[in-house]
Design a protein around this ligand. Structure first.
Ligand code: NAD
Length: 427
């Protein structure tokens, strides 16, 4: 897969297309096209071998007109400022699209936690908070986990913040462990959220879910719970792919009669890498990294990273594919959208499709601030309601105005944010 695409350029191209559609005035375009605030900083970390290593880190707030900034902190060796800029911008549209009172922000640390001890990871997390705690807070900017960061990292960060401020602030951060301010259902929320709206779309298309099949890229948090819910509803997951640490290679794991998701989860590590030998022992075919994309399935679910569906690989997508369910952020490049439209494939656009995570994070923040926690059924029922409501608004606008689903989602989100900016008198 190519890495030639710059996610921030992609995010701006998508925004420009939608801004043109709604004839957004030029001053508002200029303001919404770039983040409001960027923090670029370093975190010196004492490593276990006695050396000190300096990690590059970011926190970028794209827009907070509708509420405090909200967005995860990604740990990745190839993290860049432009990736974080793009992700922060998509967070703004995501929160607006699902209509929660939060803005868009994102963070990142250039690191590979798979090669770091627990102690090194803890010191890095605490260093992140020490560097930028003044710019964070339940009413300013609320971080969460993302790729390769998890609930333990969030808890260390919250603890550092509370140590510095001398008070309890469980609403500072979301994705915390259950029992320590975390919300039941948060682990499942992003993946389940994707499938809640996929289920509703299939209903609109008169396509029974039990007759459909899917291929998934990734087998981390989002992919696992999308796969789990989709299979439980009767869909058949033919293949999943993931990146494997020992040989630094990605593979696709295929079982044409359907993958056993619980079994695959039981042979995966905390970073979503499936044990290749154990998969072979269970009778899975192990194919190359890109094979997930060329399977003869009804639904493709990219749930790993950005820039995976490009014009270069799109010809490999089977003519059977009817839906691309964008569980990852930015998995499709803008120059591929026209090709997808020509084929009549329906796209559930990323910032709508994966909004279940931030919606549940919002529920977690509400519960944390109240110090009163709901049971899992209540969380998931509220989540499904919010996701389906957001999906139907986008779907109906797309039908009414004959818009591509991504453009319809952008129109709704940008209008909401621009309206908040105008009401505040900023532009
Ligand atoms: P994760 O770290 O839990 O999992 C990532 C998965 O992608 C792993 O299985 C990894 O092996 C796989 N992967 C990485 N590079 C790959 C490659 N080249 N080929 C195949 N597989 C590869 O991350 P996650 O939390 O599941 O996030 C996945 C995507 O969903 C990201 O785009 C993230 O921004 C987005 N997202 C996550 C959440 C959330 O709540 N976790 C919410 C919204 C959006």
């Amino acid at each position: 897969m190519t890495t030639d695409y710059n996610p921030f350029e992609n995010a701006k191209t998508q925004f420009d297309n939608a801004a043109e559609l709604i004839r957004l005035d030029s001053a508002m375009r200029e303001f919404l096209r770039v983040p409001m605030m960027e923090l670029h900083f370093t975190i010196p970390v004492k490593m276990d071998d006695g050396t000190t290593k300096t990690f590059q880190a970011f926190r970028i707030r794209h827009n907070d007109a509708r509420g405090p900034g909200k967005g995860g902190i990604r740990f990745h060796p190839h993290e860049t400022a432009d990736t974080v800029r793009a992700l922060s911008m998509w967070m703004t549209w995501k929160c607006a699209c699902v209509d929660i009172p939060l803005g868009g922000a994102k963070g990142g640390i250039v690191c590979d936690p798979r090669t770091m001890s627990q102690g090194e990871q803890e010191r890095m997390c605490r260093g992140y908070i020490r560097a930028i705690h003044k710019q964070l807070g339940p009413n300013e900017d609320v971080p969460a986990p993302d790729v390769m960061s998890n609930s333990q990292h969030m808890l260390w960060m919250m603890d550092e913040y509370e140590t510095i401020t001398g008070a309890k602030h469980p609403g500072l951060i979301t994705g915390k462990p259950v029992g320590m301010g975390g919300s039941l259902g948060r682990t499942e929320a992003t993946g389940y959220g994707c499938v809640y709206i996929l289920k509703d779309l299939l209903k609109q298309m008169n396509l029974p879910i039990e007759t459909t099949s899917a291929s998934i890229q990734g087998f981390g948090n989002v992919a696992q719970y999308s796969a789990k819910m989709y299979s439980e509803l009767g869909g058949k997951v033919v293949s999943v792919s993931c990146w494997n640490q020992p040989d630094n290679t990605a593979y696709t794991f295929k079982k044409k009669d359907g993958c056993d998701i619980d079994k695959l989860m039981s042979i995966s590590d905390a970073f979503g890498s499936i044990d290749k030998q154990k998969a072979l022992d269970l009778g899975y075919e192990v194919l190359d990294a890109d094979a997930w994309l060329s399977q003869e399935v009804d639904i493709l679910i990219p749930a790993a990273l950005e820039n995976q569906i490009t014009p270069a690989v799109f010809p490999n997508v089977s003519s059977k594919v009817k839906i691309i369910c964008e569980a990852a952020n930015g998995p499709t490049t803008p120059d591929c959208d026209a090709l997808i439209q020509q084929r009549g494939i329906i796209v559930l656009p990323d910032f709508l499709c994966n909004a279940g995570g931030v919606t549940c994070s919002y529920f977690e923040q509400v519960q944390s601030n109240m110090n009163y926690f709901w049971d899992k059924e209540e969380v998931l029922a509220k989540l499904e309601y919010a996701m389906v409501k957001a999906f139907r608004a986008v779907y109906e606008l797309a039908e009414q105005k004959k818009l591509y689903m991504r453009d319809a989602a952008y129109v709704i989100a940008i209008e909401r944010v621009a309206n908040a900016v105008k009401l505040r008198g900023w532009v």
